[in-house]
Every structure is written in C-alpha cells, then in structure tokens.
Design a protein. Structure first.
Length: 416
C-alpha cells in the first residue's frame, strides 16, 4: 500500500497553477454525452474521478481520450443505456449520467452511486424530479431503472438546493419537450459552468447562478471547446496548507470567484490575501486566530468540501473554534486522526469544538474520504516530526499531483 510521507515544519513558498475543477469537470463530461458532436474540455484535472467518468462514457459508446490537459469526446454514437455496478461504485459523479443518458436514450439502468463515506447523500431528489418530468422510476435491489420516451418540461421545486440534483435536472431538461423551471436550485459556480457549456451547444437557459433556473430551449449537435474553471476547493486547500505551515504562496487561477466563501475565513484567521487579475497570494506567519463559530452552508456560504481542511488549521489556532457541519452528517472522520497528532477536539452532534494546541505531532493516519485526506496532509505539513498518510486513493480522486505541487512549494512530502 502506498502512503504519503510528510516531514513537517517546512514553510511553503512559491507559485502554483491551480488545477481545473473536479466538481465542474464531472458534470461537463456528462453533458458531453448529450452532444452528438465533438466536445473538447480544456484544463481538465488529471485525477481518478475524471478517469472513472471517461471509462463510463466510453462504455456507453462514445469515443473519449486525453491529449495533454484536454479531453476530447466524440458523442456521435452511443449503444448502451446501462452502467455496470463496478463503474458506478467507484465515484459519486457517475450519478450525473442518469439525467444525461435518460434524456438521450430514453432509459438508464445503474446501481446506487458510490463515493466518499461522508454520510447520506440521497438520490430521491433526482428521481422525484425525473418522475415529474414523466419518467417511470423502478427501484430494484440491484439498482435503479428510469424510462421515458420523451421527457416533458415542468416546474421542479427542490426540497434542498442539492448540487447533484440541480445538475441532473438541467442535463435532463435540455432534451425535454417544453420549458423546465428549477426552484431552489443550488447556486455553486460549477452549476453555472454546466449551464454556460450547454448554452454553447444551443440551449437557452435563464437565471444562471441564481436559485431559479429556467431551461427554455434544448441543445443541438455542435463541435465545441470549453475551458474548465480553476478548482476553488483545490485553491482553498493550498491556501489552508500555507496558513498551517506558514509561508507565501501564489495560486494562479482563471476565475475571479474561485476563492469565494473561503477567503473571508483566511482573513478571520489572520492570513493576508493579495489579489490580482489571475491570482491570489496567501501570506501566513503560521499564527492562526481561532474562529468562534462557522457553519457549512450551500453556496455562497462556507463549503462543506473545505470543512475538514479548516479543522486541521484551527486545531493549531489561538483559542477555541466551533464548526457546525450542516450538509453531511459523517464528515468528522478526521477527528480521531487529528487526536492521534495531539489535537484537542470533541464533537457533539453536528458541532465540533476545537481548542487550539501549540503544535501537532507526526503520526500514522488513515484516510476515509477525499477532503479529509487533504486535511490530514495539511496537518502533517505543520506538525513536528514525520506523518504518514496511508492509502492516498481517496486523495487522488480530487487532487492532481498534490505531493509534487507541495514539494515544489518547499513542503517535505513524497509518495512511498
């Protein structure tokens, strides 16, 4: 089993080009399945979740290959409407093919999706929406089957602004007959990315980036190129790594809003940020202020995907911090691992109470989820001694060359 081995105590300094967004690339790949032309996605991250999505789209009959940091997908042919269980279980993003395949093929059969063990992520919002659009949904022990010869536009009022459900409805709606209105839609930037790419394919979508999205016109066959936005969670992870280890790191990004929801907390922790047209510079002296209370919320609030990384930083803060996790009920896996390093954290229900300690100590740590694994790397970079983060498979699902990137910034980390 491979592991990341980290010698703590080295400040991070230098420049880093932030990878393309994982959470944008996955729905864009699903959208490419709807296009019977050629879709080129530039700036896609080289991560295992993207590889898994490409494996699925090839299984469905499309041609797809990588060329440097671009992905080329030819969607002219498709000959399957089912996705094998092993492909579904490898990544949660496989769920996004449900709306796309149903819309294009009139049927989709797949197992219940996999992903990180961070709590219940119900698919009922997706399926209830498909039923409102006219689909017949069958629940079986081996998975889900949805059928509908022609989806119909309607009004979908989501009980919760689920990112995945919003994306799936959009993917289905661009092939539906008539207009579809999504009320209480998620507003994450990655959803706006999906809408913008679909508009390049001829879709007419109103309310992009808002809580009410109206899909008025479907897509056409076109050859297009689209550049994936920089990954705001990866940028935030490197920013928090610089905060914990100390140093001066410049993150090169291609969108101004990449750090929205993350930068405010940097300032509250006493970290200096300097912005330019295509970068954000993080300057930290390793002294971390506590944050009395922060709650994870849908965008534009503080993202749940950054909660674990924040916990690692605040475990070395000056005072007591409280984090409330309102999205996923099992996202405190790393607490036990941070306790091994000498952190002072206790949890009660959805809240974590963190009393900052002067320093963490290296330990052998287990990874249970993607963002938690990145958080443990952050802790290791700042800790005294050697930290071993076991089985980096989860981390590699979402971070491109994370060890190499941190090494180039001066961190002492390698894969062993």
């Amino acid at each position: 089993m491979q592991s990341y081995v980290i010698e703590g105590g080295y400040p991070l300094k230098g420049e880093l080009v932030v990878q393309g967004s994982k959470n944008a690339a996955l729905p864009l790949i699903a959208a490419a399945f709807l296009n019977e032309g050629i879709t080129v996605l530039n700036g896609c991250p080289d991560i295992s979740d993207v590889d898994n999505m490409l494996e699925i789209i090839r299984h469905l009959g499309c041609k797809a290959y990588k060329e440097k940091n671009s992905i080329i997908i030819n969607g002219s042919l498709t000959d399957r409407d089912e996705i094998p269980a092993d492909m579904v279980k490898s990544a949660r993003g496989s769920m996004l093919f449900m709306g796309a395949v149903l819309a294009r093929c009139g049927c989709i059969s797949m197992d219940y999706p996999g992903g990180c063990m961070i709590g219940e992520r119900p698919v009922n919002y997706h399926l209830d929406a498909f039923e409102k659009m006219g689909a017949d949904v069958a629940y079986k022990s081996e998975g889900i089957k949805c059928t509908c010869a022609q989806l119909k536009g309607c009004t979908i009022n989501l009980p919760f602004p689920s990112v995945g459900a919003t994306e799936n409805v959009i993917l289905a709606a661009v092939k539906a007959k008539g207009a579809t209105t999504i009320i209480n839609a998620a507003m994450e930037p990655e959803i706006a990315e999906l809408c913008r790419m679909l508009c390049m394919l001829g879709a007419e979508i109103e309310g992009i980036g808002s809580k009410i999205i109206i899909i008025k016109k479907g897509i056409k066959k076109r050859d297009i190129q689209y550049t994936v936005m920089s990954d705001r969670i990866a940028a935030g992870t490197y920013a928090y790594a610089a905060a914990a280890a100390g140093g001066d790191v410049c993150c090169i990004v291609n969108r101004e809003d990449v750090m929205t929801g993350i930068s405010v907390l940097c300032k509250r922790m006493g970290i200096k940020l300097v912005y330019g047209n295509d970068y954000v510079r993080i300057i930290s002296g390793k002294k971390i202020n506590s944050i009395p209370y922060i709650k994870t919320e849908p965008y534009p609030g503080f993202p749940t995907d950054m909660q674990s990384q924040l916990m690692s930083v605040l475990s070395m803060g000056d005072g007591i911090s409280v984090i409330e996790e309102s999205i996923f009920e099992k996202r405190y896996h790393i607490v036990g691992e941070l306790l091994k390093m000498g952190a002072d954290i206790r949890t009660k229900g959805s809240k974590a109470y963190i009393r900052g300690v002067r320093s963490l100590k290296g330990a052998v740590l287990d990874v249970k989820d993607l963002r938690g694994g990145a958080a443990l790397i952050i802790a290791g970079l700042a800790a005294d001694g050697t930290t071993t983060v076991l089985d980096p498979g989860y981390i590699n699902r979402g971070y491109e060359r994370i060890a190499d990137n941190l090494s180039e910034l001066g961190g002492n980390i390698h894969l062993a």
